[in-house]
Design a binder for this molecule. Structure first.
Ligand SMILES: [Zn+2]
Length: 212
């Protein structure tokens, strides 16, 4: 898996934290004091989430001789898209875990995304239940077919017992990667758009609303 993270300027005071994704102030420290500057590992601590990232000199990069360019060594950076802002926090935890594990095991990431769908359905319905039935209930309540497709696709690919002869996600990570986008799309539809609609609806004169 390619590492698409763009390293910040060496010892930049702020950059986008690879843990919390916020643009945060960072405090840097050298972890070892090797005589040769190319061997020093740097640690940057995020002022936002207080977690740290480790940076090692990019000995293969164009500035290697000058030792000014560092690359991220920890945490492993995922190419999977970031979570939608409106994703509920307990679902976001599983989503972030799926992002972290994606490069090692797209299949494990898909299983976690399936769990995200299950939790999202539970929140939307306000009760627990089997994922297959819950999606069915949401359809009865008017879930549009494109969101149904997104839910069902994640549900099916995320099932660990996917039968032999079907797609192996570890061989086709691009399929697993697409599932992240589908979950984000479902969150946008089921939560963000709903919130926006409620906000504008609240502004309309009550007397003119239809009773629902
Ligand atoms: Zn952070």
């Amino acid at each position: 898996m390619r590492n698409d993270y763009h390293p910040p300027v060496y010892q930049a005071r702020s950059f986008t934290c690879p843990h919390c994704n916020a643009y945060s102030s960072m405090s840097w420290e050298a972890l070892n004091s090797a005589q040769h500057p190319l061997k020093v590992t740097m640690r940057a601590i995020c002022q936002g989430c207080e977690r740290y990232s480790l940076w090692v000199p990019d000995i293969a990069g164009p500035f290697a001789a000058l030792s000014i360019n560092y690359v991220l060594a920890y945490p492993s950076v995922s190419t999977a898209p970031a979570a939608e802002a409106d994703m509920p926090s307990d679902i976001k935890i599983d989503y972030e875990e799926a992002r972290q594990i994606f490069s090692q095991s797209p299949r494990a990431a898909a299983a976690l995304l399936r769990l995200c769908v299950q939790k999202l359905c539970q929140q939307l319905l306000g009760k627990e239940g089997a994922i297959h039935q819950q999606i069915g209930e949401l359809v009865e309540k008017g879930l549009p077919s494109r969101v149904l497709k997104a839910f069902d696709t994640i549900r099916i690919f995320g099932n660990e017992s996917v039968h032999p002869g079907t797609v192996n996600l570890n061989d086709t990570p691009e399929v697993a990667l697409a599932l992240f986008g589908l979950l984000n799309m479902a969150v946008r539809h089921c939560i963000t758009e709903e919130k926006e609609l409620e906000a504008i609806h609240a502004l309309t004169p009550e007397a003119k609303r239809r009773d629902l």
